[in-house]
Design a protein around this ligand. Structure first.
Ligand code: ADP
Ligand code: 5GP
Length: 211
């Protein structure tokens, strides 16, 4: 079991974890967050083959199973999981460094991975993305045109068991209209930065000095 890491206790960045069934729109929402907020995306490593248009180091770090396992054994992942027949993992050091620098980080990872992160980093904020319906999910995953029919059926067959984990998450966003979903996720980020934290004491002391 990986240890809870030691982020700067004063101004660590916040760790947002986004999960949900394949085709729900996680990647689309994350891309919008990167464009419209200061959050940074952790680029995962995977043994899955690249899809058309995917770029090494931006979409994923693509690798083979032996190299992946070597990295697992060297403790190089914050979490990793086998998802739909391939390995996926979050490289550890980059995420920790960014959080220490006060940068928010988003992980777009599956539920098994999210549960491992939750054990080690309970301060993370866990967001579940739901499709508006199963028929829309099928339409989206088919329309994306990136998977074979077998791969699509495997992914769809996992949907109900994935959704059963929703109560382990802090927030749930239905991705019906994209604009609405993006706006809700951005609101969650803003709300999490408005929590009453230790820093508030310093602010109150400043008010007291002024009186
Ligand atoms: P995931 O990352 O969850 O597997 P994607 O972000 O790849 O899903 O989205 C799956 C497909 O659905 C893509 O073709 C994407 O353009 C489309 N999509 C995403 N969100 C919406 C939405 N709100 N309305 C319609 N289509 C969407
Ligand atoms: P895809 O093959 O569609 O890119 O991703 C398949 C699934 O793997 C998605 O649910 C995605 O969130 C998940 N995934 C991507 N990167 C990681 C990772 O680093 N760790 C884990 N546990 N899951 C990941």
């Amino acid at each position: 079991m990986e240890k809870k890491y030691d982020a700067n206790p004063n101004h660590p960045g916040k760790l947002f974890v986004i999960s949900g069934p394949s085709g729900a729109g996680k990647g689309t929402i994350c891309r919008r967050l990167l464009e419209e907020t200061d959050i940074e995306l952790s680029v995962s490593m995977t043994t899955r083959a690249p899809r058309n248009g995917e770029v090494e180091g931006i979409s994923y770090f693509f690798t083979d199973r032996d190299t992946f396992i070597e990295r697992v054994n060297a403790g190089g992942f914050l979490e990793y999981a086998e998802v739909y027949g391939n390995y996926y993992g979050t490289p550890k050091q980059l995420v920790i460094d960014k959080l220490k620098e006060g940068i928010d980080v988003v992980l777009e990872i599956d539920i098994q991975g999210a549960m491992k992160v939750k054990e080690n980093y309970p301060d993370g904020i866990f967001i579940f993305i739901l499709p508006p319906s199963m028929s829309e999910l099928r339409k989206r995953i088919t329309g994306r045109g990136t998977e074979t029919e077998d791969a699509i059926n495997l992914r769809l067959s996992k949907t109900l068991s994935e959704i059963s984990y929703i109560d382990k998450y802090d927030y749930c966003v239905v991705n019906g209209l994209l604009e609405e979903a993006v706006s809700r996720v951005k609101s969650i980020i803003v709300a999490e930065h408005s929590r009453v934290a230790e820093d508030v004491r310093t602010l109150i002391e400043r008010y007291e000095e002024e009186i």
